[in-house]
Design a protein around this ligand. Structure first.
Ligand code: KG4
Ligand code: ZN
Length: 338
């Protein structure tokens, strides 16, 4: 089954063609991502109106490019999958309307999928993928959650962030330090020459917290703010030390809870996905801690971790294979919970 996947939930316009044999694994035939980073950079964050307008301008050329790359025409495919939510409503609507129009014009079946399900199933397109069940840590600019993937289509939420997403915390701290948006990768780079023990930042929720698998990053963000207020914006080695200490606090909290969740749910495989999964310290610490607990760790390549159309095509493929079809009245659902 060959599926076109469309993703426009935030600041990436993406289209991809994926071939899924039995719905369990897939192969990427084309994967085109247009990022709006330069549109939002000077505002220090995503501006919803600008995002919608840019999606409108880019979505058809991006789809054309994906079909060209896959070497096929729309009518040669077997279905269309589009992100219905969660995300920015105006941005989502562009993808949903284009998906519906293409499905109507071509007669192909259409399915609307949850963006988080896309992140959870992106690993099925990687070279190495586990068989369900597995523990998934989704860490991006918009989400920080732990799920048990029981089977394809069956997801059990174990915990979420109570305030900022991990990527959001990275971006806000970077902004505070005068680094460009999005700041995660800049902090990662600066942290490499810093001392992670230089500043003892808080790790978020205490162990005694009732919801043991939830996360919180706003206290950490405030601690960085207080530090900067007291000492000024650091430069040189002090900047590297602050970045390393902040990053260590985030990665420690993420990996500690993820490993604890896997152990408690008796899962021997873990997948980390979402944009923050590109963080070098998170990858290193997760490898260390999973090895110590005999948990097989899967880290899909960064291209599959950040927002893309292939993960949406993959999530849609297994739904289409099971006969699921979008309601003709389907619309965007910006607050859709998986
Ligand atoms: O998954 P993604 O591309 O988009 C969302 O769905 O949000 O994730 C983007 C987030 C941004 O917050 C960005 O700063 C963060 O991922 N990010 C990183 C790194 N690379 C990207 N955070 C920390 N370290 C990195 N190397
Ligand atoms: Zn995402």
């Amino acid at each position: 089954m060959r599926v076109l996947g469309l993703e426009t939930s935030c600041d990436e316009t993406a289209a991809a063609v994926v071939e899924a044999s039995d719905g369990l694994r897939g192969r990427v035939l084309a994967d085109v991502v247009h990022t709006q980073q330069d549109v939002h950079e000077k505002w220090g964050g995503v501006v919803p109106e600008l995002a919608s307008r840019d999606h409108l301008q880019r979505v058809l050329p991006v789809i054309d490019e994906a079909l060209r790359e896959a070497g096929c025409e729309l009518r040669e495919l077997d279905g269309i999958s589009v992100t219905r939510g969660p995300g920015l409503v105006g941005a989502l609507l562009v993808g949903v309307q284009v998906g519906k129009s293409l499905a109507l014009a071509s007669g192909l079946p259409l399915v609307g999928v949850n963006h988080i399900e896309g992140h959870l199933l992106a690993v099925l397109l990687a070279e190495q993928a586990p068989a369900p069940p597995w523990l998934a840590l989704v860490v991006s600019g918009g989400h920080t959650s732990l799920y048990v993937v029981r089977s394809l289509g069956e997801y059990e939420p174990l915990g979420h962030t109570l305030d900022d997403a991990a990527g959001e915390a990275f971006d806000k701290v970077a902004k505070l330090l005068g680094l460009p948006y999005p700041g995660g990768a800049h902090i990662d780079r600066l942290a490499r020459s810093g001392d992670p023990r230089a500043i003892d930042f808080p790790r978020g929720l205490s162990r005694r917290s009732r919801a043991v698998f939830d996360f919180s990053f706003s206290g950490l963000k405030t601690a960085v703010l207080m530090h900067v207020r007291e000492h000024g914006v650091p430069q040189g080695q002090a900047l590297a030390d602050l970045c390393a200490s902040f990053q260590e606090a985030v990665c420690d909290a993420l990996t500690q809870r993820a490993v604890r969740a896997a152990r408690q749910a008796r899962l021997s495989s873990m997948v980390i996905c979402g944009g923050v999964a590109a963080n070098s310290r998170l990858r290193e610490l997760a490898r260390e801690r999973c090895a110590a607990e005999d948990i097989a760790l899967y880290l899909p390549e960064p291209r599959l971790c950040t927002d893309n159309g292939a993960m949406i095509a993959m999530a849609g493929a297994h739904r289409l294979l099971r006969g699921e079809r979008a309601d003709p009245a389907m619309s965007a659902d910006p607050g859709w919970r998986l």
